[in-house]
Design a protein around this ligand. Structure first.
Ligand code: SF4
Length: 111
């Protein structure tokens, strides 16, 4: 099992890479990159509050399908819906989240 610090570093790295890609594609400068790690760390710190997050899906390459055996329903940041198959939320990513979705901030839920 990864430690919280490793999970934060993984998510931070993924988010920074995604932001870099987004900014590059948008033709923007790297100025925005300096705030991304702090922003992500604050989102992860908030993750334990079980409130839906506000990181855009595009920033973490969210997809509505699993990646191998990794999916939102077995991610530590997933907030389940009223039924196992229902849409839920995520403490990092904004909007409704499929239990079968995935993003590059995925971190294994402890059992
Ligand atoms: S894998 Fe799903 S639950 Fe986990 S951080 Fe990404 S969107 Fe949120």
């Amino acid at each position: 099992m990864k430690s919280d610090e490793e999970q934060v570093k993984k998510a931070q790295s993924s988010y920074t890479t995604s932001r870099r890609t987004l900014l590059k594609n948008a033709g923007l400068t790297a100025v925005g990159l300096t705030v991304a790690p702090g922003l992500l760390l604050s989102r992860i710190a908030e993750a334990d509050t079980h409130k839906p997050g506000n990181v855009p899906k595009s920033a973490v390459q969210y997809q509505s399908t699993p990646k191998g055996n990794q999916q939102c329903s077995n991610c530590r940041f997933f907030i389940p819906g009223p039924k196992p198959s229902a849409m839920g939320h995520c403490t990092i990513v904004t909007g409704k989240i499929s239990p079968h979705g995935w993003c590059n901030a995925w971190a294994k839920k402890s059992s």
